[in-house]
Write a protein that binds this ligand. Sequence first.
Ligand code: LLP
Length: 449
Amino acid sequence: MNDLLRRGTMRVNERGHLEIGGCDCVLLAKKFGTPLYVMDEELIRANCRRYIAAFKKHYPGSFQVAYAAKAFLVLYMVRLIREEGLWLDVASGGELFTALKAGFPADQILFHGNYKTDEEIVLALRHRVGRIVVDSEEELDRLDQLAGQWGGEARILLRITPGVEAHTHQFNRTGQIDSKFGIPLEEGLALRAIKKALGKNHLLLMGLHCHIGSQVFEKEPFEVAAEVMMGLAAEAKGAFGFELKELNLGGGLGVRYVSEDDPPAVEEFVESLCRAVITNCRRLGLTLPSLLIEPGRSIVGEAGTTLYTVGVVKEVPAVRTYVSVDGGMSDNPRPALYDARYSAVLANRACDAPDCVVTVSGKHCESDTLIRDVRLPRPKPGDLLAVLTTGAYHHSMASNYNRFLRPAVVFVKEGKALVACRRETYDDLLKTEILEPDWKEVADRLASL
Ligand code: LLP
């Protein structure tokens, strides 16, 4: 069996079909149509538990694991995260609204964003979200003012750019000053922001935050970031008596898309983070802060599989074979955006030996390659293609380009499939549109501006 298929509840059943959560993918496709996002609920829960167990084992202080909602968010996912005892990181009013609608406790929500609009901030203040992660000095002023108007005190973290940049295979210690996110360490800017935050009447500075990158395969950059952040905390303690109560080291642990991908295990990753924080605390004479992290991809990435129906197989002699499927860049923009690579199997013939290399394309009016050069048993129209590791940044980044309908999301578990998000309909495409505007209303509105 392909090594990449060893994940969660995935297996190949007696019929030679791919099975996830005890559900035969061929039957799922028949019942719910394709493209279809299939989420392995047990694997998501297991990933959440691995994070928590690893922190319990390796961190003597308090900790929180906040799931990064941007990776994948539907109401059902919010509930699952709640049941597993994680906090939630949201990065927009829409994500916050979804979390609140699903009944997630507001005081366990962290609110991010390099530009939070006043409307978003007020939504967060009204519901008293747990932490607002402030991204700039400008935001400190605006938030303090809005918090004053709303008669409360906002608990905040300051997002710092620690000068450590990490991408999949390598990292850079001096990178990332050139970023739209966070407050730079350079020229005392971070210290100045801490001082400013401490002086605000309606803000309670709980600690510091950083996020160094995503799909990271090395532990070292996180350790360096922890060291830099604790160094800053020690400086701020010396300068203005600042006590670091919380340190949030962001998300970023990578997952396996192709067989060469070899990220550290969750346990190994958490252990190295904890060790770095403990060691630096000792070195600098600081008390152990509450440690937070915000994993997204490593919770849901490998738990997701997209099923497509193969429609057209076109052989360009001596060049390549194009296999067109019934989805594409609207359900997965990642190859177009990031040159992302994927693995796939034929879900209806999972035991057949791969005997050719093909290119999988979508059906958009673009050259929307989903996978360049993947080894498969020679595909035929009607075959069911399962693309692996599509749980993170797929559904959440899907679009209606070419007026495609966004696929359904089913959670599978113990032979049952739950539709957490139904497939869109053509009517859904039109529901926000107005064919004949009410010109009087438009005129009235303009007049009232
Ligand atoms: N915290 C912050 C502040 C973040 O910006 C992110 C991701 C995370 C946590 C979660 O990181 P993760 O554990 O998922 O790596 N669309 C891109 C990924 C963008 C990640 C943005 N920030 C992709 O499809 O690869």
